[in-house]
Design a protein around this ligand. Structure first.
Ligand code: BF8
Ligand code: SF4
Length: 626
């Protein structure tokens, strides 16, 4: 089918084109329509120079040389305002990831106490390894006893007054020493976030450099704290991911089955939904209503969580959430927290779809709220699945339009799985990097954003990197884009340069490795640490680079900050709201190099961005003498 210029310009994904056309036909508004209606976006906001941190304001700094105010009413300069605003983004992002980590710690605690409504400890080896890191006795103790001590110790990381956060000690010694000398080795996770809110209150910290350092500190508490806790404890509870095959894109929805989409971030609920959907009672109920089965699919990061542990196929990434409902084939979209558009209730209202919110922290217009409590997890999951199944009879077959597109993928490359694919040690990877077969490693992650053609930034950057023999690790919505484009298959190695292709073929791995959800960027940090330690260098010495070609969320700002703080050069595909502060911009894109050994670059063109990453990798190789 031929689509309009407008539709083609919005995405590179054919399934998305089809549903955008369908949405247009039905008069359903999407994020792209709302984005276009928003143009031109506020110039002060884009530059980061508006402030409403007190009620003398709002204030905005004029970007024009001659005219307009150059200071807020309190006297804050553009740089002060930009730095404060950026810090508050980091605080929100770090809070989102870390609160997710806290919820998983809570689930582990309940499970250890025998109060978890259906959870069990699936990875005992990891539990013991983590216990050892925390100095918790494991000899002759039950896994529940160990888990109880571990959950309590990890719970305490959030409210600690003095550091260190234990997992930060996984970083190479040189890195930790650098953080310490800069005063950015984080204390308790909550404490660093609270301190951002304090410092950015009117009349507190008004030194842009001092502010940014606190932003980095809180971001480290996210990456090496809250996010890493989320990852590690999810592995303990739900199992450490291993390579598994699945399929991705809207074509995974099924015409003759009850379709449930789990959307959001935390695996606690989605794991239980997956289990409840296999319950014979639920399957019998589905049959009763004339459905052939119950098809659970994923969206965004909770989609990644159940994809890598159960092979549950993702229906799409961030910008496809409204389109999934537009298929008319979704009985229930079940949401918890983060990246869930408040617009979903309106779209669901055009169909029989039930939007079911579950977290006491996140309610949505037009949603049915069935509150999730870990103590009764399985029971509630069954109630939610039952609601979806009972909704099947209200589906209007004439309204159903499911795109055919779906691609196969191989996912689940945790660090443990990568090491095992390499035969038990990282050495083959190190040898391939040293020999130049693999030039380096890139972490490509992050969201979608209607400012960039959907998936265009992701896919072109990935293709360009692998073509130039850079092995890619991916998480989040980039990972789903990669899955849809077929890049998570060993056969995709045919698109790679000769060196990388050879390595992938020999090991039977894809050139783009799926490492999980966004909190699983912590896995990338662990991998970088292991490689740096094996070479006896700091992370900032490695031929590695990071990128978020289509980022939009505040979580992505925190991620960018901790990745750079960890010593990894990072390219952003959309412009962060900092350009109104020349001193802050210079610090992030130049000065940071001398402080943390890495900096940011902004490059919307994915080909040019990939080249910046390759150039950086080649410089690091030269410095290492390889
Ligand atoms: O945490 S990549 S749009 S889903 S924020 Fe959100 Fe961005 Fe997707 Fe996952 Ni991450
Ligand atoms: Fe204006 Fe300063 Fe108040 Fe911000 S803190 S709104 S710049 S007076």
């Amino acid at each position: 089918m031929a689509y309009s210029e407008k539709i083609l310009s919005r995405s590179i994904d054919p399934a998305t084109h089809e549903m955008l056309a369908r949405a247009e036909e039905l008069g359903i508004e999407t994020a792209w329509d709302r984005y276009e209606a928003m143009l031109p976006q506020c110039g002060f906001g884009e530059l980061g120079v508006c402030c409403r941190n007190c009620n003398m304001g709002p204030c905005r700094i004029s970007p024009f040389e001659e005219e307009g105010p150059k200071k807020g009413i309190c006297g804050a300069t553009a740089d002060i305002i930009v730095a404060r605003n950026l810090l508050r983004m980091i605080a929100a992002g770090a809070a989102a990831h870390s609160d997710h980590g806290r919820d998983i710690a809570h689930t582990l605690l309940l499970t250890a106490e025998g109060k978890g409504g259906g959870y069990e400890i699936k990875d005992e080896a990891k539990l013991k390894a983590l216990a050892a890191e925390y100095g918790i006795e494991t000899e002759g103790r039950s896994k529940e006893q160990i888990a109880l001590d571990l959950a309590r110790a990890i719970y305490a990381e959030f409210g600690k007054q003095e550091g260190p956060i234990q997992f930060t000690r996984r970083a190479p010694q040189k890195r930790v020493a650098r953080w310490q000398s800069l005063g950015i080795d984080p204390r308790g996770i909550d404490r660093e976030i609270v301190e951002i809110m304090h410092r950015t209150h009117i009349g507190v910290d008004n030194d842009p450099v001092n502010l940014i350092l606190q932003g980095l500190k809180a971001s480290i508490a996210d990456g090496w704290g809250g996010s890493m806790i989320a990852t590690e404890l999810s592995d303990v509870l739900f199992g450490t991911p291993k390579p598994i095959k699945s399929e991705a894109n809207l074509g995974v929805l099924k015409e003759d089955q009850v379709n449930i989409i789990v959307h959001g971030h935390e695996p606690t609920l989605s794991e239980m939904i997956v289990a409840a959907a296999q319950d014979p009672e639920m399957l019998a109920l589905a049959k009763k209503y004339g459905a052939k089965g119950i098809n659970v699919t994923g969206m965004c990061c909770t989609g990644n969580e159940v994809l890598m542990r159960h092979g549950i196929p993702p229906a799409g990434n961030f910008l496809q959430q409204e389109l999934a409902i537009t298929t008319g084939a979704v009985e229930a979209m079940i949401v918890d927290v983060q990246c869930i558009m408040p617009a979903l209730g309106t779209v669901a209202g055009c169909f029989h779809t039930k939007l079911i919110s579950t977290s006491p922290k996140a309610k949505f217009p037009g949603a049915t709220h069935i509150e999730f409590h870990e103590e009764r997890a399985y029971e509630i999951a069954k109630e939610i699945v039952r609601t979806a199944v009972e909704n099947y009879r209200f589906r209007k077959p004439g309204q159903v339009r499911i795109p055919k597109e779906k691609s196969e993928c191989m996912v689940g490359f945790s660090v443990e799985a990568i090491v095992s694919a390499l035969g038990g040690t990282l050495n083959p990877l190190l040898e391939a990097v040293k020999s130049g077969a693999i030039k380096g490693i890139a972490g490509v992650v992050g969201c979608n954003n209607p400012k960039i053609q959907h998936d265009y930034g992701h896919i072109n950057m990935l293709k360009e990197l692998i073509k130039q023999d850079v092995l890619v690790v991916t998480t989040g919505c980039n990972a789903i884009a990669a899955a849809k484009a077929g890049l998570l298959l060993p056969e995709a190695a045919d698109l790679a340069g000769e060196g990388l292709k050879g390595v992938c073929k020999a090991l039977g791995i894809p050139p783009v490795l799926h490492m999980g959800s966004c909190v699983d960027i912590s896995r990338i940090l662990v991998a970088c640490s292991a490689i740096a330690n094996a070479l006896g260098v700091d992370i900032s010495d490695l031929p590695v680079a990071g990128a978020a070609p289509e980022w939009m969320s505040e979580k992505a700002v925190s991620i960018g900050a901790y990745v750079v703080s960890s010593g990894i050069f990072t390219v952003l595909g959309t412009v962060p709201p900092v350009l109104g502060g020349p001193e802050v911009t210079k610090l992030l894109t130049e000065g940071a190099e001398g402080v943390v050994g890495a900096k940011f670059a902004v490059e919307p063109d994915p080909f040019k961005a990939a080249q910046l990453m390759v150039d950086h990798i080649m410089e690091k190789r030269a410095a290492l003498g390889i």
